[in-house]
Design a protein around this ligand. Structure first.
Ligand code: MG
Length: 393
């Protein structure tokens, strides 16, 4: 079997969902997805001719070939690795279909039949903690057993909010990374309100989007200890592993990070220094299914669970879930499209997420069939539907 083409269709979801289709000379195709980003679709098309003629079963060799051939494009991280991730996922789907077996069987089989999903809730309708509580109740009521909110959203105590035309600067004081006492108390009130609203059995995570200084992150994490959070995510910027380690080792609140890291090399220091209690690789971004499995196995040598970051369409979400089924240390995977009504309609058949879980089926590959009508109707302006490059995307 030989690869004959590699093409993309960018779907205009709540993020651009970069779908990757790989075709072969035997008529078997694979469908993958890459995380969004400027130039990702272009890089997929640039990678295509490098692997046309290759045997699609040689996924390890193909990804290594792309890493080496696209080194000039920056294949140690960023958009190039993201593009390769989309190709890699399409190849696993293709190989699974060729062998008539689900992807999880290609990674050692499954530890679980159901993949737990957490719903990203973003924020309340207003900064009032009661509004967060209302949103939490509503999402948990939809069947999710795990939810996440953003803690770095606008609050009544944000400084320099007046006459600032740029809304992002109205988030917590943007430049010195400090948290004022009033702001911290507001965050504690939000977490307390959410916890009280959903009770002790719903898992609750909070995301801080890399906003705070090391010391203020520690103070915040300690203040949140009574609320039994699933994790506090990215309280400090991502690039200083030593700062991550200090926060992690200063609090009983579990610290989670990893969505900005690429390939196993990007996770090496984080894992070896045990600088996070939970890691959050974004699988269609950081290198794909096999790279994520390698990172998960490495993390497991320190008993660190894996909770993938995920903003993908059903294709990337379910493909990622297959490798999560094969990780003993999988915890929960993100769902970031709770408010996108047609997310589930992008594929045929049963909605991929039912009552907060993704059921693993025996269907080959990732088991999904793209609904081409829905895909075409939501094609990102300027993108073709698995057509020839170049086009604007
Ligand atoms: Mg995050």
């Amino acid at each position: 079997m030989k690869i004959t083409s590699v093409r993309t269709a960018v779907i205009d979801g709540n993020f651009p969902w970069v779908l990757v289709r790989i075709e072969t000379d035997e008529g078997i195709t694979g469908l993958g997805e890459a995380y969004w980003g400027v130039g990702v679709a272009e890089l997929v098309h640039k990678a295509g001719p490098l692997i046309v003629g290759e045997n699609p079963f040689n996924i390890g060799k193909i990804t290594e070939l792309l890493i080496r051939c696209l080194s000039g494009e920056g294949s140690s991280g960023g958009a190039t690795v993201t593009a390769i991730s989309g190709i890699e996922i399409a190849l696993w789907d293709l190989v699974g279909r060729a062998l008539n077996t689900p992807i999880y069987n290609l990674f050692g089989g499954r530890f679980r039949d159901q993949i737990r999903v957490y719903a990203d809730c973003h924020a309340g309708a207003t900064p009032d903690p009661a509004s967060y509580a209302e949103r939490a109740k509503s999402v948990a009521g939809a069947g999710f057993t795990a939810i996440k909110f953003d803690l770095d959203t606008p609050n009544p105590y944000t400084r320099d909010i007046s006459d600032d035309p740029h809304p992002r600067r109205q988030w917590c004081e943007p430049w010195n990374r400090t948290i004022g006492a009033a702001e911290r108390n507001w965050m504690v009130d939000v977490v307390a309100a959410v916890r009280e609203a959903v009770g002790p059995d719903i898992m609750v995570a909070m995301d801080a989007h890399w906003k705070f200084s090391t010391n203020d992150a520690i103070l915040l994490a300690q203040a949140l200890e009574p609320f039994d959070l699933l994790w506090l995510e990215d309280p400090v910027p991502p690039e200083n592993i030593e700062a991550q380690r200090m926060v992690t080792h200063s609090t009983r609140t579990p610290i989670c990070t990893g969505e900005n890291l690429y390939r196993k090399h990007g996770f090496r220091e984080l894992i070896e220094k045990q600088a996070a209690r939970i890691i959050a690789p974004d699988i269609p971004k950081m290198g794909g299914l096999m790279e994520a499995k390698k990172v998960a196995d490495w993390a497991d040598t320190y008993y660190i669970p894996v909770a993938p970051h995920n903003v993908a369409s059903p294709i990337g979400t379910v493909a990622s879930s297959h490798v999560c089924a094969a990780m003993n240390n999988f915890l929960v995977i993100e769902f970031h499209a709770h408010d996108v009504e047609w997310w589930k309609d992008l594929v045929d058949g049963t909605p991929p997420i039912v009552d907060g879980f993704i059921a693993m089926t025996d269907a080959p590959g990732h088991g999904l069939t793209l609904n081409e009508d829905v895909a075409r109707a939501n094609l990102k302006p300027g993108s073709s539907f698995f057509g020839e490059y170049p086009y604007e995307c």
